[in-house]
Every structure is written in C-alpha cells, then in structure tokens.
Write a protein that binds this ligand. Structure first.
Ligand code: AMP
Length: 524
C-alpha cells in the first residue's frame, strides 16, 4: 500500500467515527481553517502574541524561540520542537484536547475584543496549549498562522470543507454543484507579458472584456434570499443596499460573478473611492458620496440549472436575457481575432477609465478556484525600476536559512529612500550567492533582518506604483518581483525618487490624495 493510501485509509477511518458536528470541525481544521468558510469570525492573534505564550509555557527565551524558528521557518514546527525539548508543566486539572474544546477556545479567542483582547486571547491560547502534546501544539499554532491559500485549495465548489465532508459521508459528493447561498471559489485570471501570448496557438477569437478596478463579488439569489459574497467569501450584502432592488429584479434564482465598481456619470471612480466603503457593515452617507454599480461578467446558475460546465459563450448568451438595470449591468465584451484588435479594445477600455482588459476563451467552462490560462489579464506595463537592496531578511519554509526577502531603495539626492520589498524572482543559486555576500556585508544585525551595504542592484517589475506611508519614499510598489540582478549596474546609476514621482504621475489618473491607500490586501 502506498504511503498516501495508508494516510487516506487512516484519515477515512478517523472521520467515519465522528459525529456530524465533530466531522465539520475536523475537516475545517485539517485544511488549517479555524472557522467554516463564510464565517466572519477571525482568530486575529499575532506572531508576537503566540511567541510570548510559547516561551512562557515552555520556560524558554525569545532567543531560544528565534533559534528554533530559524531552523524550521515555521511557527507550528517551532512550537512542536520547543514542546519536545521543554514540555510545559501540565495544568492542575488537565483537560483532553477534544475537537469541541478546540472549537470553544477558537470561538473565545475570536470573540475577545477591545483593549484587553490581547491578554484575553493569550490566556485562552495558554490553557489550550498547556495540555497539548508536541504534535498537537504544532497544528494548533499552524491554524493561527494559516495561509489563506491552504484553505482556498480545500474545496472549490463548496467553499466550506465541513460541508464537503458531510456530503461525502451522505454519499452525495457526485451530485455536488454550486449551492445557492453557499459561496464557492472564484475563477481567476492569469497574467501575460504581451498580447501575442494570448493569441499563441489556435486561440482566436477571444472574448475581450473591460477589466474593472473594484472588488470581486458573487451574488446568490434563491427563494427570495439575496447574498453578496466578497472575494474572501464574507457576506457583504448589507454593505451595498443600493444594489438590492436591482438584484432582486434581475431573475428569480441565480448565481452571478462580477465586480462592484465605484461609479458616477457613466465613468468608474478611482479604487481609492470605493476603498472608503470597504470594511463597513453598512455604507451610511458614503452610499451617496461613493455610488457603486455591479458589473456582472459571469452567470453560474439560473433557475434551477447549473451553467458551470457550459461554455463562456453559452453563459454570456444566457446572461443577455436577464433584466439588467443602470446599477446592475452586464460587462462589456467583444471578440478580438488578433493582438491588434485586442490592443484597440485595450485603448477603448483605458479611455473609458478602466484598468485594462481581460481576455477569455469563449469555449472555456467556469473553473472555480483556478488561476489558469483560460482568462488572461492585460494591464499597462509600467516597465521596471532599478533599485538597491538596503536590508535582507530570512525567508520562510525552505528559504528559512537564506536571506531571500529584500527591502530596496531608490536614490534621493545623496541618500536613499525605501520603496518596496520583494522575495520572488531569483534562482536558488542567486539567493545563495547573495546570502553569502549579505552575511559578509552586514551593517547591522537585527536578528531576522540584516541591514546591508547598499551595493546590490536589482531590476524590479510591479503592477502599480502608489502612495504609501510604509516606505520612506512615500511610495510603494504593488506586486513587486525581481526581474534580474543588475551586476552590470553600479548603485550610483539606479532610479531616483524623481523617476518614481514621474512614473506615478504618468500612470495614476487621480490626484495623489485620491490614490493614497490604493494598496489593498489581496483579499479585496
Ligand atoms: P488582479 O486583481 O490584477 O489579479 O486581476 C484579477 C481581478 O480582476 C479579478 O479577480 C476580478 O476581481 C477583476 N476583474 C475585473 N474585471 C474583470 C472581468 N471582466 N473578468 C474577470 N475579472 C475581472
């Protein structure tokens, strides 16, 4: 029997023995999620707070913890190693760590609010961990530091893994389709460097749509119930009350995919305007100040029929029959046969105030949770900046022992100002070479981070330059990645703050104040 098969068998045996509530919990925890998908609760316990509890109950120091962390590159593995070496003293009345107890503790941690919340959260975490075995400690801690991606991969059609498990046990997995009122993972677009790339092979014609700069949502309407889910699968229905009536009128039962965009007088407003409405339960006066529309670009379910497996062409055809409105609109889409035609569409989209275009294969089905090549996004290339590395930091996972994360700067007069941080794009060999160089040219050793002599020049690409307080330049780069090491270029010749300002002026339509805070978490 293969190792994987043995694991599957053991896991299957374990799950089969659980009653329903525990089955839901166990499956959620197996994916690293503390709460079911769509559940708004968050643990919100920072790295430092966890590290404090770990050192306290194992009687170790922060230095011990950092040493172990550097070797493992993962706080969960660090917890397990610390527990093995320094088992915590058992509590007076040890409690077994049941799924129910973990659920209760997570609930209490998420519920702690206000100024004393950190201590309250730490106290629950302390009692949870005190009775844990090293392996249990490892996975409990991992749940706190979980990566959203791990959860995202768990279930695509029904985003809640507990729900998937319950269906699996009921033997209804084959019949799993989208469920109205239960969010699924969005289909995402891949990137291209040139329009030719999109038309390579036998692709033409492609459907070209405007790329709206707003927030991605899915709308479920079923039996009179309307729910709008955000990209993070949170219920944001109440945040957009002005869309409710037009959404009610659109069709009887449906699931739509689209983008909410701030909009006035038939033009999109900058994302910064929409951002003012994010994170609010209800909009209040912002509903008037920042009006929104929904640009729908896909339909996954209509009146009892799933359209996931249909072609995009067929899904678009089904959409034309819906009762669209001024504030709930069908996205603009037109076929393009050549890169030149797509380029013309791109210029139209930019003139209409949009970010760029998305090119879609008309024959493609809807693939939840995939960032594939069936949808391709094309935005204006900003070119690149040449920058110098001023600080280097240890990475995570397999990069825990190398200096792989670089903070970089541009020139400002005789000095340097930071503008971004990047950790992707170099090969392992290049990183190893740079690590040796940085270790030998450290100006100040801060533990995880080393300030280094500003001599290593990198060329970095990025999606956008924006105003930000995070770096001393007053700018930040969105999605920076290292294009190459510029061994050929001396640090005296890197780009300047004036270059960055110029780039910013040329590429952002809005005034600096409007664009401030443009940067958003990837969940937006
Ligand atoms: P990015 O955020 O740059 O990775 O671009 C992908 C995002 O563009 C998607 O997740 C959508 O939120 C958004 N988007 C805007 N317009 C469209 C469109 N017409 N089709 C698909 N996605 C779109």
């Amino acid at each position: 029997m293969s190792g994987t098969q043995a694991k599957v068998d053991r896991l299957g045996g374990y799950l089969a023995g659980l009653e329903e509530a525990d089955l839901r919990r166990a499956c959620g925890y197996l994916t690293g999620a503390a709460f079911p998908a769509g559940d708004p609760r968050r643990l919100q316990v920072g790295w430092v707070a966890i590290a404090d509890v770990l050192t306290e109950i194992t009687g170790t120091t922060q230095e011990d913890l950092h040493g172990v962390y550097l070797a493992h590159g993962d706080l969960g593995a660090t917890a397990s190693a610390l527990f093995q070496e320094h088992p915590p003293a058992p509590s007076l009345f040890p409690r077994p760590l049941t799924l129910e107890a973990v659920d209760g503790a997570f609930g209490a941690i998420a519920a702690a609010q206000g100024p004393a919340s950190r201590r309250a959260k730490q106290s629950v975490l302390r009692s949870l961990l005190r009775d844990a075995a090293p392996l249990e400690a490892k996975f409990l801690v991992k749940t706190f530091g979980r990566d959203a991606d791990a959860v995202r991969q768990a279930a695509l059609l029904v985003a809640d893994p507990g729900e998937v498990a319950v269906r699996a046990r009921a033997g209804t997995l084959d019949g799993v389709t989208l469920t109205s009122g239960s969010p699924f993972r969005f289909m995402l677009a891949g990137s291209i460097a040139t329009l030719d790339e999109a038309f390579a092979g036998d692709a033409a014609p492609l459907l070209v749509e405007d790329k709206y700069d707003g927030i991605r949502v899915q709308v479920h309407r079923n039996a009179g119930r309307l729910v709008i889910y955000s990209r993070t699968l949170d219920d944001v229905t109440r945040a957009y009350p002005e869309l409710h009536v037009p959404l009610e009128g659109l069709a009887r039962d449906y699931i739509l995919d689209g983008e909410i965009v701030a909009w006035r007088e038939d033009r999109p407003l900058p994302f910064g305007q929409l951002q003012r409405r994010l994170g609010r339960l209800t909009p209040g006066p912002l509903a008037q100040e920042v009006p929104v529309v929904l640009m729908a670009f896909d339909l996954l379910h209509l009146d009892g029929r799933d359209l996931l497996q249909d072609s995009l062409e067929a899904r678009r055809a089904a959409m034309t029959g819906l009762a669209w409105d001024e504030s709930v609109r069908l996205s603009r889409a037109a076929p393009a046969r050549t890169p030149a035609e797509a380029e013309a569409r791109f210029h139209e989209a930019r003139e209409a105030g949009h970010e760029g275009i998305v090119l879609k294969f008309p024959q493609a089905s809807y693939q939840p949770g995939r960032r594939g090549r069936l949808w391709l996004k094309w935005k204006p290339g900003l070119g690149t900046l040449d920058v110098v590395v001023v600080a280097a930091e240890y990475g995570h996972g397999k990069r825990a022992r190398v200096l792989s994360d670089y903070t970089f700067a541009v020139r400002a007069g005789q000095g340097l100002v930071t503008i971004g941080k990047a950790y992707s794009g170099l090969t392992d060999d290049e990183i190893a070479r740079l690590t040796a160089w940085f270790l030998a040219h450290t100006v100040e050793d801060l533990g995880r981070v080393r300030m280094v002599e500003p001599r290593i020049v990198l060329e970095v690409a990025f999606d956008k330059i924006m105003m930000s307080e995070r770096h001393t330049s007053g700018f930040a780069l969105r999605f920076p990645r290292i294009v190459r090491l510029r061994d050929d270029k001396p640090p005296e010749e890197i780009n300047t703050l004036a270059d960055a300002q110029d780039l910013y002026r040329r590429t952002s339509g809005a005034s600096p104040r409007e664009r401030r805070g443009k940067e958003r978490p990837s969940g937006a």
